[in-house]
Design a protein around this ligand. Structure first.
Ligand SMILES: CC(C)(COP(=O)(O)OP(=O)(O)OC[C@H]1O[C@@H](n2cnc3c(N)ncnc32)[C@H](O)[C@@H]1OP(=O)(O)O)[C@@H](O)C(=O)NCCC(=O)NCCS
Length: 92
């Protein structure tokens, strides 16, 4: 995202596909690709503070809360995961 100078992972599913684990499964593949194939050092995700389902996806992926940021003039929560942490999780 040019606004932040970092790489974001994000997701949005049709409501018919909620509650099946698809967001977490595909985001996990995206993170693996970002760290292993692209060699990124860090990947972040932001969402509105009240978007609990999206934050649940983030935490299932091992992403950690870092800060609140202003996005398009609205407060958002920022979670991220570092390459070292991701590769450590995969190894463990
Ligand atoms: C954010 C969003 C993708 C989350 O969808 P989700 O279905 O909750 O997330 P997942 O696909 O990872 O599914 C996880 C759920 O599937 C359940 N599940 C069922 N079968 C499963 C399986 N075989 N494997 C894994 N999880 C399974 C999990 O228990 C979990 O349910 P829970 O939250 O009640 O515990 C969805 O709410 C959405 O598209 N929202 C609108 C767009 C949006 O807000 N995007 C984010 C912008 S930042």
């Amino acid at each position: 995202m040019p606004e932040f100078g970092e790489t974001e992972v994000l997701w949005a599913l049709h409501p018919d596909a909620w509650g099946c684990g698809y967001a977490t499964e595909t985001a996990r593949a995206a993170l693996e690709s970002g760290f292993s194939a692209l060699g990124l050092e860090r990947i972040f995700a932001i969402t509105w503070p009240d978007n609990r389902p999206s934050q649940a996806v983030m935490t299932r992926l091992g992403m950690m809360y870092r800060k609140n940021v202003a996005y398009k003039g609205i407060e958002a929560v920022w979670l991220e995961i570092e390459r070292e942490s991701w590769l450590g999780c995969m190894a463990g």
